[in-house]
Design a protein. Structure first.
Length: 245
């Protein structure tokens, strides 16, 4: 449907249909995955890593020249199958262990960040000063989720606190289940704080003679909202799989 007018098409798949991501993965397996793996073995002059989730792709190169050649050849490859790279999302950036020092030596600002699967990836440092890839919740996704929570709460402003709290608990549990990764602790704590603030404002608007103090709100939040904590292991721990056989 475009501008209220329904148009039938015999090509492509319906956006949002359950079969669309499955067909897209099958299509990209032959169009991109097999081709990229062959390119890595035959064309790359250094190390190369490929990560694809649906139509989101991140490719890392040891040498910048490999990245430039791969981008140009990938654009041509996709064009053969009526596909094209997103002009605003496709970037070649300097990222990795030596990126910050190299850019600082050349008088350039800190390395650029990139977004992938809801996270902003940053060239950071651990507490002992060693290089560390840090992941933070994407700001635009976090703001959009808070707006959605606000709209639902205002539609159910007259519901009892336990009913609202139970729903908010489910929302935060689901949010933390995805975003509670190492290096993202500050972001998930901030998300819970924003939810608590939105809830308090809504409860205060229910009555002109409200008695909703911040201390009272803290008690309500502790009763219903889960405490944010890191739920996912570090990558080194996650891949250290041990099997009894």
């Amino acid at each position: 449907m475009e501008d209220g007018i329904i148009k039938t098409s015999k090509r492509g798949t319906a956006q949002g249909a359950a079969i669309s991501p499955l067909l897209a993965n099958i299509y990209l397996h032959y169009v991109f995955d097999l081709w990229a793996d062959r390119w890595r073995r035959r064309e790359a002059t250094g190390d190369m890593i490929i990560v694809r989730y649906a139509d989101d792709i991140v490719v890392g190169f040891q040498h910048e020249a490999d990245g430039q050649r791969f981008r140009d050849m990938m654009r041509a490859r996709l064009g053969q199958f009526a596909l094209q790279l997103h002009p605003e999302k496709t970037r070649l950036i300097e990222f990795g262990r030596c990126a910050a020092n190299r850019r600082k030596w050349n008088g350039l600002p800190r390395p650029e960040t990139f977004d992938f699967l809801g996270f902003t990836h940053i060239c950071g440092r651990s507490r002992n000063g060693s290089f560390q890839i840090q992941r933070k919740s994407r700001k635009d996704r976090r703001i959009a989720k808070l707006r959605q929570i606000t709209e639902v709460l205002w539609r159910h402003i007259s519901r009892p606190i336990p009913e609202q709290g139970k729903w908010l608990n489910q929302v935060l549990v689901g949010y933390f289940a995805y975003y509670a990764v190492p290096t993202n602790s500050r972001s998930i704590h901030a998300f819970r704080h924003h939810v608590k603030t939105i809830w308090m404002r809504m409860l205060r608007r229910r009555s002109q003679r409200h008695k909703m103090t911040w201390r009272r709100m803290e008690q309500i939040a502790n009763d219903w909202l889960p405490t944010p904590r890191i739920l996912h292991p570090w990558p080194r721990e996650r891949f250290n799989v041990k099997h009894p056989r």
